[in-house]
Design a protein around this ligand. Structure first.
Ligand SMILES: Nc1ncnc2c1ncn2[C@@H]1O[C@H](COP(=O)(O)OP(=O)(O)OP(=O)(O)O)[C@@H](O)[C@H]1O
Length: 312
């Protein structure tokens, strides 16, 4: 089953810049799907089109089985969305914010009270339900926004950078709850994130750059493309060690600060040979399998934290 099916989706701003060029993508039902890309890649534009807030220039998408062009109202009823900027009313309490939003969806009375109480408990906010939002921390606001997005039992939850600026404890809580919703309600979660360690927890990841999809797969599949382990060494004379490794092992060695670095197929097996072969004492060695950071760099030529470069 496919929760989001994107077909040749494009958005041109001011006639000349393709914020989204020709995007085709399938998001399986019940998955937690990470949508990654450097700044300006086109993620927010894509999300806005999927949420029917922005009209595509070309192509279309189906969300929860509804076409975003032909059935925008059905799409809106099927999705919950949390943007980067908070849209809670700071003067209302947590409960009042949720009640107001529930009324927009026509949920009132006992049903609303029950759902609101359940969501506040799930998001660990019950004891603050009467407090005005302006007294909430960033993490509490985000949790409340997620609770609000789930009020009408959507099939697809769209999150734009849900954990940016949050402490690790809150991030863990949010992730635990997302997994729980996914398991209990078969919810599909489509999220952008700049945290690659977080993207590791996604079932599948798509990386976008310059408006185009550059790759899609499980975290393990994406890392496997990078393939090689990273070996880092410190020796008493890195230049001499590097020269020796290049000569004896025909490896591409970078003499960096503070370490010697090289990519090799099976780092753990090679390290003893390297240590035995080089003519200078070795002070430390680490072997690291490829990370999502490496995969991101491989596909986009940039680290995820770098600012947007000039557009091609
Ligand atoms: N309203 C707009 N008018 C003109 N250009 C826009 C508009 N909104 C976005 N863009 C441009 O479209 C491109 C994609 O922007 P978008 O916000 O979708 O990227 P993003 O991947 O979400 O970036 P970030 O990670 O920084 O949020 C960028 O070059 C951006 O400058």
């Amino acid at each position: 089953m496919t929760a989001i099916a994107v077909r040749n989706l494009a958005k041109w701003y001011s006639g000349s810049i393709a914020a989204v060029a020709d995007l085709t993508l399938d998001v399986p039902t019940g998955s937690i799907f990470g949508f990654l890309g450097p700044n300006g890649a086109g993620k927010t534009t894509t999300i806005s089109m999927l949420a029917t807030l922005l009209r595509p220039t070309a192509g279309t998408a189906e969300v929860a089985g509804f076409d975003i062009r032909r059935h925008p109202d059905d799409v809106r009823r099927s999705i919950g969305i949390v943007f980067q900027e908070s849209t809670l009313d700071p003067d209302l309490s947590a409960e009042e914010n949720l009640r107001f939003y529930a009324s927009l969806f026509g949920i009132g009375g006992r049903a609303a009270r029950g759902t609101i109480a359940d969501l506040l408990t799930l998001m660990d906010l019950s004891d603050r339900r009467k407090s005005p939002i302006r007294t909430f921390s960033g993490g509490m606001r985000r949790r409340l926004e997620i609770a609000r997005a789930l009020l009408h039992a959507p099939k697809v939850l769209i999150l734009d950078e849900p954990t940016t600026g949050l402490d690790p404890q809150t991030r863990i809580l949010i992730w635990d709850q997302l997994r729980r919703f996914r398991a209990e309600y078969d919810l599909t979660v489509f999220m952008t994130t700049h945290h690659l360690e977080e993207a590791e927890h996604c079932d599948r990841i798509a990386i976008m750059d310059h408006g185009d999809l550059v790759t899609e797969g499980t975290p393990a599949e994406l890392k496997a493309v990078v393939g090689d382990d990273l070996v880092e060494m410190r020796t008493e004379n890195d230049e001499a060690a590097a020269a020796s490794i290049r000569k004896q092992f025909d490896l591409d060695v970078v003499v960096g600060d503070p370490n010697l670095r090289m990519r090799v197929r099976d780092g753990a097996a090679l390290v003893p040979q390297l240590c035995a072969a080089i003519p200078v004492p070795v002070m430390s060695v680490t072997v690291r399998p490829p990370s999502l950071d490496d995969a991101f760099l491989h596909y986009t030529g940039r680290t995820i934290r770098e600012e947007e470069g000039p557009r091609k």
